[in-house]
Design a protein around this ligand. Structure first.
Ligand code: ADP
Ligand code: MG
Length: 634
């Protein structure tokens, strides 16, 4: 019997209580995952010891055969998961099993409202980890000792999962960790040899560390009868115990790939797709990359966890090695195993190693190819796009060399479908281009409806020319880094001269010139009335239904980007728009016939309306309303 001392009872961090509550209520139908989580932790602990022992063999304490053991006691209703991995010190136990290790998870839980906390789907956004023990156990005991520490430095942790836990000193012979689950009445079924064996195979075939379970053998006499009292217990390895990525692709089933994903990604749901590659030659590495089926809560956080699990010649080196993939592919999860790096590589060293850049280039290509393949399955790709599309849109700015490839993976709303769902590719657009059309037209606005109803689209709709409707915050930034696709230039329909190229015939162009001439004096009067508020006034043929619109010079920053910069507190230099008038519109005709103050009011109202239609803000909205009302009543 071990002696325990220096006992203290501590409260769980508030967020742990929330997590426990959320988990127990939402994961009831998925109870068996507790075993996956505990085996996964035990395997990580073995990986960590193997890595630490590279420098200091003594840490093995003479026992370098890393393993996980699972035992059960049907009568007592317990299941025990044991490893001879790195173990934990008292401080680590308090930290790891009393708080939520990932700071992002705690933050995320803090923000959840009461209603949201009842939403079972939320739980899938983060790994449930050790605390999942309490889905099946009403009491959990952890006994552990850090490898290399004194035998007297063991720790016992106990909790009923109800808000507090107890830690006490423990004399412990073996290093590593043992977790005993005292099963709830309704979870006693897990204390069963057959059940446990099938779960181990389901969840840990891909783990390199052997998972062993006891097997009782009874000797038999010559007649085949069991000899009483002859039972011997031997340990039997239950899982395959080879690292999954080392096995040939053809021998790994989809289910195994999926199970492995859950282990590396700390995710709960299936991945959308994966790509497993073994590369030999100049650059040797094996990679297994996954596209998750849902976004982690910290996708847009600067210090959100990202990157691959790094192994060097099968030895685990680190989690979240973010140097091997660009930021715009930060949603990709997986494993990289390479012999190109040394075993004692650190995060700092990774930043300087030119081989890292090379592998990053190769993995980026793999990831983009994997997405290209995924795109063949429209439904799956749409899920991907809705989840990660706005991250991928960072790509052209970050990765100039791959921008054509990335462009082919983008999806848009367009006037072809007039749907807010972004599901049209640039290749789709190009295949529908009109005879004589040389450019890809787009508009950027703050929202889908603003884009869809912009006056700038009128001529395009009339002529049946498709326009991309961009309405994500990042879109203008994206388009400033995309110049062309398949040799076709991108043109913002709200900027610069409207040039429809070959689509318009000579006659049309001539007619436009004539109209412009005829309206010269009107244009001059409007410019005089508006003064410095506009850069220029013109007549236009962009419009069919609206009387006027504002246009920016071709190389000016667009309205959407300006508003984003201003919202971020950035002072933007003033830019004066070009006002374009629709010569065939009744209001413009009325303007032409007006004089004096009425003329000035009408001109100002047309300008203000054009700014509003663009989603812009008026400097003096009350003056606009007053002017409009005057015009309406006289
Ligand atoms: P995660 O595995 O995602 O970090 P868990 O909740 O599963 O989160 O575990 C929390 C932490 O507790 C781990 O990061 C690890 O430091 C520690 N831990 C859990 N189980 C073990 C174990 N068997 N051996 C050593 N440390 C462990
Ligand atoms: Mg874990």
């Amino acid at each position: 019997m071990s002696t325990t001392a220096h006992e203290e009872t501590l409260g769980f961090q508030t967020e742990v209580k929330q997590l426990l509550h959320l988990m127990i209520h939402s994961l009831y139908s998925n109870r068996e995952i507790f075993l996956r989580e505990l085996i996964s932790n035990a395997a990580d602990a073995c990986d960590k010891l193997r890595y630490a022992a590279l420098d200091n063999d003594a840490l093995y304490e003479g026992d370098s055969e890393l393993r996980i053991e699972i035992e059960h006691d049907e009568k007592a209703g317990t299941v025990t998961v044991r490893d001879n991995g790195i173990g934990m010190s008292r401080d680590e136990v308090i930290q790891n099993l009393g708080t939520i290790a990932r700071s992002g998870t705690a933050e995320f839980l803090k923000q959840l409202s009461g209603e949201q906390q009842k939403d079972a789907r939320l739980i899938g956004q983060f790994g449930v980890g050790f605390y999942s023990s309490f889905i099946v156990a009403d009491e959990v005991t952890v006994r552990t000792r850090k490898a290399g520490s004194d035998k007297s430095e063991g720790v016992e942790w106990r909790s009923k999962g109800e808000g507090e836990f107890t830690v006490a000193d423990l004399e412990r012979e073996a290093h590593g960790t043992e977790i005993v689950l005292h099963l709830k009445k309704e979870a006693k079924e897990f204390a069963d040899d057959f059940r446990l064996r099938s779960l181990v195979r389901k969840y840990s075939d891909h783990i390199e560390v052997p998972v062993r379970m006891p097997k009782v053998e009874t000797a038999k006499d010559d007649e085949g009868n069991e000899i009483e009292g002859s039972e011997v217990t031997t340990w039997e390895t239950v899982n395959e115990a080879t690292a999954l990525w080392v096995r040939p692709k053809s021998e790994v089933s989809d289910d195994e790939y999926k199970a492995f994903y859950k282990h590396v990604a700390h995710d709960f749901s299936d991945p959308l797709t994966w790509s497993h590659n073994k590369v030999e030659g100049k650059l040797e590495y094996t990679s297994l990359l996954y596209v998750p089926g849902r976004a982690p809560f910290d996708l847009y956080e600067r210090d959100g966890s990202r990157g691959v699990k790094l192994y060097v010649q099968r030895v685990f080196i680190m989690d979240d090695a973010e140097q091997f993939l660009p930021l715009y592919l930060r949603f990709i999860k997986g494993v990289l195993d390479t012999r190109e790096l040394s075993l004692n590589v650190s995060r700092e060293l990774l930043q300087q190693d030119p081989k890292v850049e090379k592998i990053k280039g190769a993995l980026t290509k793999r990831a983009l190819d994997m997405l290209k393949k995924l795109a063949k399955d429209q439904e799956a790709y749409q899920t991907f796009w809705n989840t990660f599309g706005s991250v991928l849109k960072e790509g052209p700015a970050e990765d100039f060399a791959n921008r054509e490839k990335i462009a082919a993976l983008l999806r848009f709303s367009t006037t072809h479908t007039d749907s807010a769902t972004q599901d049209q590719s640039l290749a789709d657009y190009v295949s529908r281009m009109k005879e004589g059309q040389e450019k890809i037209y787009y508009i950027v606005a703050d929202g889908f409806n603003a884009a869809k109803s912009s006056p700038h689209l009128e001529i395009f709709r009339k002529k049946g020319i498709e326009v991309l409707l961009l309405h994500d915050r990042i879109d203008e930034w994206l388009m400033s880094h995309l110049n062309e696709f398949e040799g076709k230039r991108f043109v913002d329909v709200a900027k610069g001269e409207l040039d429809l190229g070959e689509i318009e015939g000579e006659e049309e162009k001539k007619a436009q010139e004539e109209t412009a001439k005829a309206k010269e004096s009107l244009v001059k009067r409007v410019k005089e009335a508006l003064g410095d508020a506009v850069q220029e006034v013109k007549v236009t043929h962009r419009l069919t239904d609206s009387p006027a619109c504002v246009v920016l010079p071709e190389h000016e920053m667009g309205f959407q980007m300006r508003r984003i910069m201003e919202a971020a507190g950035q002072k933007m230099p003033e830019v004066k728009p070009i006002l374009e008038l629709n010569p065939t519109h009744a209001l413009v005709e009325r303007l032409e016939g007006a004089e004096g103050e009425r003329f000035a009011d009408l001109a100002q109202v047309l300008l203000d309306q054009a700014i509003i239609a663009e989603g812009g803000h008026l400097d003096d909205p009350a003056a606009y309303v007053k002017r409009l009302n005057t015009l309406l009543t006289t």
